[in-house]
Write a protein that binds this ligand. Structure first.
Ligand code: FE2
Length: 407
């Protein structure tokens, strides 16, 4: 059902595939390794010395690490490199220290060092055509079966959105299923938030008005990572259709069609705020489009209702408002909106730093609309994905995932 896309398939697969060393060659500042399947690569000696995981140097995976980068001399050299009888590579360094590296470790890293794009996961972009590709998973399955849970986490990684079905209409069920994906974040609105249309609305979600697609709480330094929308009661036929937009798709359109506006949103800080007088006052200046070190889009934060009056020169501000206007036009284009009328028992799970959510207006006199929502931090969800990938798809466990709306 889902496309698996990592740029580094050959190297990542090496983590899971048995491979053996054919030869190793000491080239002074670097080492050349060749494998039985004919593949070959190079590693820096300084990198290799730092990568030693003997008892003295420590273990990077769990963080009990004793060797620091400052302990590795710039001119780290090996006096001897051999393939041991067990098929590992034994290195004796100039100070007499001995390191031992598994062939699979060398295969996974040779040739990738220094290439910032090599290990990054590339998301699968979507527009209004998501319906045929949306991952749907039964409540019972994701609660009881780790492999089903993993498949849903994979769908979240790929598309930033997934659907859960058959979720009972009880508060415990919302937390029970959300807790499978990571720790639930407690905020100033509590752990579980009931969005019910009401006349004394505190936030826009409690009104019956239409909402253009947005990410939630961009005024936090670290906005919610993943959001669970649990439909308890919905007014089928009275409006309130969910509008979901892939922010990465929209950002790529901007990059292609109006690169100067894309650039403004990726490089100019925008201030978002939210104040309930005497209670809370949040404010964060951040990029609307976050890029990673390779220039790929890694996160989106945008909610027109939380925009603060911006600071800057008149030229800067006018340019920035035009960029925000273009972004707003793009996310309101139905061709890029996946539209879905939520049914009771469904939970829409989405990446709040990638996917924008909105809804059409509804008629509060014809139906009560009740959604229960909770938030998870994105690193908890990605940690659950990696932990289960170790069991069900080891070659996918180590790819660098897009890290969200970093400041
Ligand atoms: Fe929202």
């Amino acid at each position: 059902m889902l496309d698996m896309q990592t740029q580094s398939v050959p190297a990542d697969q090496a983590l899971a595939m048995p491979c053996s060393l054919r030869s190793v060659r000491n080239e002074g500042t670097r080492i050349e390794v060749e494998f039985d399947d004919g593949s070959a690569g190079q590693l820096s000696m300084r990198w290799l010395r730092l990568a030693c995981e003997c008892e003295t140097c420590g273990d990077t995976a769990s963080g009990k690490r004793w060797l620091t980068p400052a302990d590795v001399p710039a001119d780290a050299r090996a006096t001897s490199i051999e393939i041991s009888s067990g098929g590992k590579m034994d290195v004796v360094w100039q100070d007499g220290h001995v390191s031992r590296f598994a062939a699979s470790f060398l295969a996974a890293h040779a040739g990738r060092v220094g290439d910032p794009g090599a290990e990054r996961f590339r998301p699968v972009l979507w527009s209004s055509n998501l319906a045929g590709r949306l991952g749907c998973f039964a409540f019972d399955a994701v609660v009881e079966d780790d492999e089903a849970l993993f498949q849903s986490l994979r769908a979240l990684r790929d598309h930033g959105i997934a659907m859960l079905t058959g979720v009972p209409a009880e508060p415990e069920a919302t937390l029970r299923v959300a807790g499978r994906y990571g720790p639930v974040r407690e905020t100033s609105y509590g752990k579980v938030f009931d969005l019910i249309s009401r006349p004394d609305a505190r936030v826009a979600g409690e009104t019956a008005r239409a909402q253009i697609p947005h990410t939630d709480e961009p005024f936090r330094y670290s906005p919610p990572g993943f959001i669970f929308f649990h439909a308890i009661r919905t007014g089928a036929g009275s409006g309130g259709t969910s509008l979901m937009v892939d922010g990465f798709q929209v950002a790529e359109r901007m990059r292609r069609d109006t690169p100067h506006l894309f650039d403004l949103l990726a490089r100019h800080g925008v201030t978002f705020h939210r104040e309930h007088a005497g209670d809370v006052f949040f404010s964060a200046e951040a990029h609307v489009i976050s890029l990673d070190a390779s220039g790929a889009v890694t996160g989106i934060r945008y909610n027109d209702r939380c925009l603060a009056p911006q600071a800057g020169s008149i030229e800067e501000i006018d340019g920035l408002i035009e960029a925000l206007a273009e972004l707003t036009r793009l996310i309101c284009n139905p061709a890029d909106q996946f539209q879905h009328q939520l049914q009771p028992g469904e939970v829409l799970v989405f990446d709040n730093q990638r996917v924008l959510h909105g809804r059409t207006a509804f008629d509060p006199t014809r139906a009560v609309r009740h959604l229960r929502s909770c938030n998870l931090d994105r690193d908890g969800v990605h940690s659950a994905f990696r932990t289960l990938a170790r069991r069900f798809a080891p070659q996918e466990a180590e790819a660098v995932l897009y890290q969200g709306a970093i400041l």
